[in-house]
Design a protein around this ligand. Structure first.
Ligand SMILES: NC(=O)c1ccc[n+]([C@@H]2O[C@H](COP(=O)([O-])OP(=O)(O)OC[C@H]3O[C@@H](n4cnc5c(N)ncnc54)[C@H](OP(=O)(O)O)[C@@H]3O)[C@@H](O)[C@H]2O)c1
Length: 285
C-alpha cells in the first residue's frame, strides 16, 4: 500500500507518520506545507503525480475557530478548496483520498451520539467549511473515505491552535492561575495516536464512505480538565463555567459525541488521556 500523507507536521499527521513507520506492506511518503500548499492546485497535482500513491491522506486544515469566524475566506479556501484540490488530484492520479472532518458538522441538539448518517447542521464558520469540504471531496473523488474525529490532542500539538487543550490546562496549572472550564459542552476528546492506530487496518480493509473515529465515552471539557489534573496530581483553582458565561465569538455545539454504525469506537477517552500523559510527561504516579 503506497500512501501520501499531507499535513505530516500536524498533531494527527505526525502521529500517523510516527506510528505507521516501518509497517510491513506500507510505503508512506510524508508531505508538509513546504512540499505543497493545498490551496495551490498545480502544486498539489505535481506532488501527487510524482508520489504515485494508491491513497492520499489529507490531514491539513484551518481550524482555529475564532480565526475562522474573523476570516471566513481563508477558512473556506484552506478547508474547502484545499480539500477539493487534494481529492481531485488524487482522482486524476487514480488514487483514493482520505479526508478528515469534525464533530462540529453537527449542531448538538441530538443529545445522544451522532452517527454517520445523521443530518449535518453547522453552528459556526469552521463547521460550515468542513461540511462543504466533505461535499467537495465526495464530488471530486468517488473513491473517498471521510473520517470525522473529535477534540484532538497529540504529542506534536496543533501549530494552528498553539498547542492542545491538555497542554494548555497543564500550563495554566503550573502558572497558578485560576482556571474556568465549560461544563456544558460534552464531547469525546481523542488522542491522535489512537486514531492513527485504528485507521491503518481500516485502510487495509478498503473501507470507503464516511466513518466516525472517536474515543468511547463522553465528558464535559470541565471533567476532562479535572481528570488531567487528577492524573498529574495537580490541585489548581479550577471551576466550572457555562458556555454563555464564558462568551467568545464562536457558537459551538453543546453535545458532539460521535458514535459509529460502521467501525468500533476507540478506547475510552480516559485511556487515551492516560497514554498521552505517560508518553508526553512520564509515568503517572
Ligand atoms: N484539532 C481538533 O480538535 C480537531 C477536531 C476535529 C477534527 N479535526 C480535524 O482533524 C484534522 C487534523 O487536525 P490536527 O489537529 O492534526 O491539525 P494540526 O495539528 O493543526 O495540523 C494541520 C496541518 O495542516 C497544515 N496546513 C494548514 N494549512 C495548510 C495549507 N494551506 N497547505 C498545506 N498544509 C497546511 C499545517 O501545516 P503548518 O504547520 O505549516 O500550518 C499542519 O501541519 C483536520 O482535518 C481537522 O479539521 C481536528
Amino acid at each position: 500500500m503506497r500512501i501520501l500523507l499531507l499535513g505530516a507536521s500536524g498533531q494527527l499527521g505526525s502521529d500517523i507518520a510516527r506510528l505507521w513507520h516501518g509497517k510491513p506492506g506500507l510505503e508512506l511518503q510524508l508531505a508538509t506545507r513546504a512540499h505543497a500548499d493545498v490551496t495551490d492546485l498545480a502544486a498539489v497535482r505535481s506532488l501527487v503525480q510524482s508520489a504515485r500513491p494508491g491513497i492520499v491522506i489529507n490531514t491539513t486544515a484551518f481550524h482555529d475557530l475564532p480565526r475562522c469566524e474573523a476570516d471566513p475566506r481563508t477558512a473556506m479556501t484552506v478547508n474547502v478548496v484545499g480539500g477539493w484540490n487534494v481529492a481531485a488530484a488524487a482522482r486524476e492520479a487514480g488514487a483514493a483520498v482520505v479526508q478528515f472532518s469534525t464533530d462540529y458538522v453537527f449542531d448538538g441538539e441530538k443529545r445522544t451520539p451522532y452517527f454517520e448518517d445523521d443530518a449535518r447542521r453547522a453552528l459556526n464558520v469552521y463547521g460550515a467549511a468542513k461540511i462543504a469540504a466533505e461535499d467537495a471531496v465526495r464530488i471530486a473523488n468517488p473513491d473517498h473515505l471521510i473520517v470525522r474525529v473529535s477534540g484532538l490532542y497529540g504529542l506534536a500539538g496543533s501549530a494552528g491552535k498553539g498547542g492542545n487543550f491538555v497542554e494548555t490546562m497543564l500550563r495554566l496549572a503550573r502558572e497558578g492561575q485560576p482556571i474556568r472550564v465549560v461544563a456544558d459542552q460534552v464531547t469525546a476528546p481523542t488522542n491522535t495516536a489512537e486514531i492513527a492506530e485504528a485507521l491503518l487496518p481500516i485502510l487495509r480493509d478498503g473501507l470507503r464512505g464516511t466513518i466516525h473515529l472517536a474515543a468511547a465515552g463522553e465528558t464535559s471539557w470541565y471533567t476532562f480538565a479535572r481528570t488531567i489534573f487528577d492524573l498529574r496530581r495537580l490541585t489548581p483553582d479550577c471551576t466550572p463555567t457555562t458556555t454563555a458565561e464564558f462568551g467568545g465569538p464562536v457558537r459551538r455545539p453543546l453535545y458532539s459525541v460521535l458514535g459509529s454504525a460502521r467501525v468500533p469506537r476507540l478506547r475510552h477517552w480516559r485511556d487515551g488521556l492516560e497514554r498521552y500523559l505517560r508518553e508526553k510527561h512520564g509515568a503517572l504516579s
